[in-house]
Ligand binder design. Sequence first.
Ligand code: PMP
Ligand code: GLN
Length: 387
Amino acid sequence: MKPANSTMSALGTTVFEVMSALAREHKSVNLGQGFPDDKGPEEVRAAAAEYLLTGHNQYPPMMGIPELRQAVAEHARRFQGLDIDWQSEVLVTSGATEALGDCLFGLIEPGDEVVLIEPLYDSYLPMVRRAGGVPKLVRLEPPNWRLPREELAAAFGPKTKLILFNTPMNPCSKVFDEEELSFIAGLCLQHDVYAICDEVYEHIIFDDRRHISMMTLPGMRDRTVRIGSAGKSFSLTGWKVGYITAAPELMKPIAKTHQFMTFTTPPNLQWGAATGLRLNDGYFSTLAAEMQRKRDRLATALAEIGFDVLPAHGTYFVTTDFRPLGFNGTDEDFCRHITVEAGVTAVPVSAFYQSEGAPRYFARFCFCKDDSTLDSAIERLRAHFCS
Ligand code: PMP
Ligand code: GLN
């Protein structure tokens, strides 16, 4: 038999699937894979349910239903002050995952260099490579995850096609500030490079920080691709509804990729997402406030148990250094150990690194859970480590 594609064949199973399967096997409290316990806003689910029963359940338009594309544009104006033409600049996708694939396959020409920031979300590297891109990795260092400006500048060159990065950032919960974004924008302008910005956690942001979209920076309007996800903004991760915003010329090759990837996304879920994006400001501020409260509940308890808890400025996640607990194995060993022995699952942070020398002493815990779920995880960890 002839070999299949070598990039894809060489991949393991994604860490989220592996850890969730292990959690099911051991009936542990799963604080690994990031999905909320919350059911999501009732009006959003009701809108999707109603549309399923009474709406048009055939192929919707390839770019997405007008109501959702209009809602994406309105939402960008409300939260980022952006003036977006919904007809030529918004595309609906089956999750941010498809959006990322559409962008990478639509923009990368084999041999193009792609700048990426480690730690990085696990779908980025395989898709960049499969598209023929040559990754140039720049690493953030804990505990502050500051942008190493010289290294970043050195990663850009004449062959750089694009930078792909994520803010608020999974797994390290960093939020890029305006100075950092300006620095990246300067490099993009200097080297004629596109910025693909994974902004799925745009509303999960803490301590009065504000999410700044790269697209709002001077000179970046037409060279930025902004990606959002209804899964994250409405606590409906199973829906897999994403949206891309980009200038028309940039959108064209991305939309052409989308037409042969999924073509469309379920219309009732698009309708639901449109309802969500039109919820009032109070919905979005309450979402952030609730997540911040949950972060504090989990982070405080983990610190009491003896973890070194790193700051978390956004996302669903808190990163912890488990070495103070006296555990001597790798992060994979640790996450397996606490699943089997303590009945709590976390995700090893080395899964978010590609190159040699990744830190192997961080476990990522997810806090977007009911208080009772968090408390039961905390009790189990306390019983295991403190008795
Ligand atoms: N990017 C990041 C950083 C994520 O954490 C996720 C969450 N799964 C995604 C993209 C994918 O989002 P979606 O579920 O909408 O495909
Ligand atoms: N984004 C989620 C996380 O980081 C998981 C997404 C997935 O399972 N593919 O946990």
